[in-house]
Write a protein that binds this ligand. Sequence first.
Ligand code: ATP
Length: 206
Amino acid sequence: MTLEARDVWFRYSRTTPWVVRGASLTVEPGEVVGLHGPSGAGKSTLGRLLAGHVAPGRGTVSADGRPPAPDRRRGVPNPVQLVLQHAHLALDPRWKIRAALAEAGAADTADLVPPTLLDRFPHEISGGEAQRVALARALLTRPRYLVADEISASLDPISQAEVWHLLLATARADGIGVLAVSHDRPLLDAVADRVLALDDTTATTT
Ligand SMILES: Nc1ncnc2c1ncn2[C@@H]1O[C@H](COP(=O)(O)OP(=O)(O)OP(=O)(O)O)[C@@H](O)[C@H]1O
């Protein structure tokens, strides 16, 4: 049982350079792994690969032995959820928060989102609140793994702490493996069990 990238290579087109070059990493259930590296090194791309949003050119990605993908026929969501920096972009501006959460199959969201937010539209909530909603939507699908890509980079320190508290408490309670992607090394040292460096020149993780 693991989320695994094994010698993964990826480039956005045949004519452009490889942006992920031989990356290998694992995330165990309940483990929080930090992925650190400079801007443009390929961290977000590796996060997208691990969530199955793009396919490797070479190498393999698997979640508990299978490619990370939803099973649409059986209505099973992707076991690997991806949460990104700009939460407002992930929310449909026409849907109130209650509807956005209901779409994720949410019956009881009180632990994750304050009830006062439920009848508001996305433009009526703050960035920190929007990130809480985006995280809640991902967590309510009961993922095995969650890739958190710079999820608190746009937030003030208090909202940042709240978002990480929510994620870490739920991950620990439910045994969710988390890959925390960030250029903020002190943040990763604070939240992760271990931190991997995605080096700009070798772009190889171990
Ligand atoms: N959709 C895309 N099409 C083409 N190239 C892309 C695309 N997305 C990213 N890239 C390129 O791939 C490389 C890696 O980008 P990526 O976003 O994975 O890096 P990153 O380490 O997450 O950077 P940052 O910390 O700045 O977000 C960069 O050179 C980027 O320009």
